[in-house]
Design a protein around this ligand. Structure first.
Ligand SMILES: [Zn+2]
Length: 406
């Protein structure tokens, strides 16, 4: 469980500030939509928000406050008010204990699942267990994963009853864009119900895929890509990643802590060996061998493609470091902190125009891969041109296997 309280969520001050004020105010809308890039804290914020709303010491949690006959309610909550930040979970009351274990009877989750219908319960339970126990858990789905109809149905049946313990039931829906039309209609009915005791907290990184009817009935809260420094510090201080690896992971993460966490088990410095090996082949002027190696990587399907993509990103960071070194010298803040000497040596051997040429062709290659151009061909072409500046200027060398030789 990466973060459970607002104060643990990094780099999203504006969004957190808003949610915290809502929780502190105690008057909740029927639905909130937390949207923004993947892996930046929307899911954690949704849980923190839910917990804050359910906290017995918070504005929305005090169950036993009854208005007296003479107007002003008698504020006599069972627990003393917390010394903690208003609007955040106190983490000490009974409700907070239950919600921390993801076992509050009024806190419900929906998230995408894959698998056989009869195994869904098990998959669901195992996911929640892993989520609770792994402090750096990130949700990773198969492409076809969806929020399943059977789990939604079961939940909707429960919504017909009053909450068990809290004043409000909170339903957190992760990746709410992965639902079917009929699920949205059922959800909409619940959202629109006047005086409902259910608060829906939806998260998505693809808000445009949600029906406009849902979007328009939610209060929207925007999350942003995280700054590299925030991710770097988190990886070093909380996860215990070594300095130079963490700098690199942060730079490769595109502002997504989730992405950096997923990559933490594979040391990005190891990838460096493979990518420079590929480049070596390109430089050796043996296109057939280079093509063969790229093909072997592609045999792993999507994994191979992702790997090639990471290699490209790695090379881009490398070239950016060269550029920084050319312009700033010793003062340069490098991504490859552990390889200053190599960067200095490589930078001395190349001029800034050439570095910019390399960056342009690497970025172009990344774009074509994302645009679904055959990844193998575009990587092959990029590496060949990267290794041989002359190729960009004069065209292709003779290749024994090329048809146009005949
Ligand atoms: Zn509490």
């Amino acid at each position: 469980m990466p973060a459970l309280r607002f104060r643990d969520i990094l780099g999203q001050d504006e969004a957190i500030d808003f949610l915290q004020r809502v929780a502190a105010g105690g008057r909740y809308g029927n639905a909130y939509l937390l949207h923004g890039p993947g892996g930046v804290g929307k899911g954690s914020a949704a849980i923190a928000f839910a917990r804050a709303m359910m906290c017995e010491r918070g504005a929305g949690g005090a169950l036993d406050v009854q208005p007296s006959l003479f107007g002003a309610p008698e504020p006599a909550p069972a627990v003393a008010p917390a010394a903690t930040t208003p609007g955040d979970a106190c983490d000490e009351c009974a409700a907070c204990h239950k919600s921390r274990d993801l076992q509050h009877p009024d806190l419900k989750f929906l998230f995408p699942l894959t698998g056989e219908e009869k195994e869904l319960d098990t998959v669901y339970r195992e996911t929640v267990d892993a989520w609770r126990e792994d402090p750096f858990f990130t949700f990773v789905y198969e492409k076809a994963a969806s929020i399943r109809l059977s789990t939604t149905r079961e939940l909707l049946r429960e919504l017909a009853f009053r909450p068990f313990e809290a004043r409000h039931r909170v339903v957190v829906v992760r990746d709410a864009d992965r639902m079917r039309e009929d699920q949205y209609s059922a959800m909409l009915k619940s959202i629109e119900e006047p005086g409902a005791s259910t608060v829906w907290v939806l998260t998505t990184s693809r808000p445009t895929r949600l029906p406009a009817t849902i979007r328009s009935r939610c209060q929207r809260v925007r999350f942003r890509a995280l700054h590299e420094d925030v991710i770097d510090a988190y990886l070093r201080e909380r996860v215990g990643v070594a300095d130079d690896a963490s700098r690199l992971l942060a730079a490769l993460s595109s502002g997504s802590l989730g992405r950096a966490l997923q990559g933490r088990d594979t040391d990005p410095r190891l990838a460096a060996g493979e990518i420079f090996d590929l480049l070596g082949r390109a430089r050796a002027g043996d296109p057939a061998a280079l093509w063969g190696q790229v093909q072997r990587m592609m045999n792993f399907g999507r994994t191979g493609r992702d790997k090639l993509r990471r290699y490209l990103e790695y090379l881009i960071l490398w070239q950016r470091d060269l550029l920084r070194w050319r312009y700033e010298g010793e003062a340069a803040q490098l991504v490859h902190v552990g390889r200053r000497a190599d960067i200095a040596r490589a930078a001395a051997a190349v001029d800034p125009t050439e570095i910019r040429r390399r960056l342009m062709l690497l970025e172009e290659c990344l774009r074509s891969i994302d645009g679904n151009v055959a990844a193998d061909a575009s990587i092959f072409s990029a590496l060949s041109r990267l290794a041989n500046p002359a190729l960009s200027r004069t065209g292709w060398p003779r290749h024994p296997a090329a048809r146009w030789v005949y």
